[in-house]
Design a protein around this ligand. Sequence first.
Ligand SMILES: CC(C)(COP(=O)(O)OP(=O)(O)OC[C@H]1O[C@@H](n2cnc3c(N)ncnc32)[C@H](O)[C@@H]1OP(=O)(O)O)[C@@H](O)C(=O)NCCC(=O)NCCS
Length: 243
Amino acid sequence: MFQTIREQIETIRLEDPAVKSVWEILFCYPGFQAILFHKASHWLYGKRRFVLARMVSQTARFLTGIEIHPGARIGRRLFIDHGMGIVVGETAEIGDDVLLYQGVTLGGTGNEKGKRHPTLGNGVVVGAGAKVLGNIHVGDCVKIGAGSVVVKSVPDGSTVVGIPGKIVRSRGAKIQVLEHGDLPDPQGQSIDDLMQRVRALEARLRMHEEGGHALLSPESASATSAKTQHSQGAQQPQPPLPE
Ligand SMILES: CC(C)(COP(=O)(O)OP(=O)(O)OC[C@H]1O[C@@H](n2cnc3c(N)ncnc32)[C@H](O)[C@@H]1OP(=O)(O)O)[C@@H](O)C(=O)NCCC(=O)NCCS
């Protein structure tokens, strides 16, 4: 127990630069207090003292505004910042080194039975007001944006934002969203290429017909000079057609 307290204090000192003293952590950090209450309620829950366990967790809720069901499993070094309005469901599981901001819900989606709350991996950050719902798995080091609603499992190292939550980063790399108004047009591109070749051929044909003095488009200017040299007896290769 003392080991847990020391670890929690150390975690808060590392995560929150505003901390001034250990006394401040003990008395002014509801996240710290809620975790200690949860240790007690979870122990009672394990001993099947369900009502007593709920009474402890409800006392914690009254004092801190953080409601963690006694059945929830919490890893080491959880940091609850600000805390008010957090709800953690009975079958939720939280890995190590997780950061939860105020207003986070790790809840169910309806009246399911059995495992119905999310599992968070290690190093997950859940932004203020985010809702993570259902029996889903949130991978290690996932970041969930403030105000998001996540209802599907998320792979390791992703960033999820929005309602419903969409992955916008995967292992630090931005996910390219398909621009439906700017799709590639391979057929149109082929037609453009063909038109270019036809114009070049027309220019060369005209050159032959008019003895090499016709007004030509800029791209066939080199063809004109080649024709001139040809008519002067020099054996020059024809200008290549555009690919
Ligand atoms: C999601 C979050 C973790 C940022 O992660 P990140 O990996 O640094 O990602 P970025 O800031 O590059 O954002 C990626 C994209 O998501 C968007 N985005 C970020 N947070 C968002 C949010 N909460 N809701 C909707 N979109 C969001 C960004 O605008 C960006 O979009 P773009 O690529 O079109 O520009 C962060 O924005 C967040 O919400 N943190 C929670 C902080 C919090 O709750 N603080 C409370 C303090 S009391």
